[in-house]
Design a protein around this ligand. Sequence first.
Ligand SMILES: O=C(O)c1ccccc1NCC(=O)[C@H](O)[C@H](O)COP(=O)(O)O
Length: 227
Amino acid sequence: MPHRTRIKICGLTREADVEHAAAAGADAVGFVLYAASPRAVTPQRAGALARRLPAFVTPVLLFVNATAAEVDAALQAVPHAVLQFHGDETPAQCAALARGRAWLRAARIPLGAGAAGFDLLEYADRFAAAAGLVVDAQVPGYGGGGHAFDWNALPWSHPRLRAAARVVLSGGLTPANVTDGVRLVRPWGVDVSSGVEAAKGVKDAALVSAFIAAVRRADAELANTPS
Ligand SMILES: O=C(O)c1ccccc1NCC(=O)[C@H](O)[C@H](O)COP(=O)(O)O
């Protein structure tokens, strides 16, 4: 069966953006529960936004070094969410905070040629309990910086990575580059924030639609290409 790349639109703060992302075909939308982010929402806002989602579109709650009380408060507001840990959490901390729920782990890849030798295989082994590995750029403020890392520096087709992790390509994706990213990496999913924004936390409906269409074009192309 041809692969259908999952699409997550991250950093939403407005009801209209949630509704448009879902209508345009996003599989998941992300809410940033990190007070230092320009896209931060409170648990109550995350709950109100998540209630605009139709069934089968997944809300993702994104945390940076949150406490158990903070994660629990967000989960009370959005009980059916998947969690995304984007800070310095260890595998044990992620598992403890998630308490049986599915969670994604961000791997923050240094910018610059060669990705500073980041060992993604070792990272994927270490976070083998994650439901997916959001492979993102290392930027100040932990994420959402709109910068792409050196895609060519990482061993995407290595059997150990394929076996250990569901890769979610992230960091600086746009409607213009995501087709190339999907072609090269063949990720399980893609995750975008800055590249579909009019301003931080304000999504541009046309860019969101263009991004989703570009991913689907890549999927259609790969369906006709031997792997
Ligand atoms: O969006 C933020 O402000 C943010 C803050 C702290 C940690 C993560 C954050 N966002 C994560 C994402 O939106 C995505 O998972 C990813 O970083 C892609 O961002 P972008 O490069 O802007 O597309």
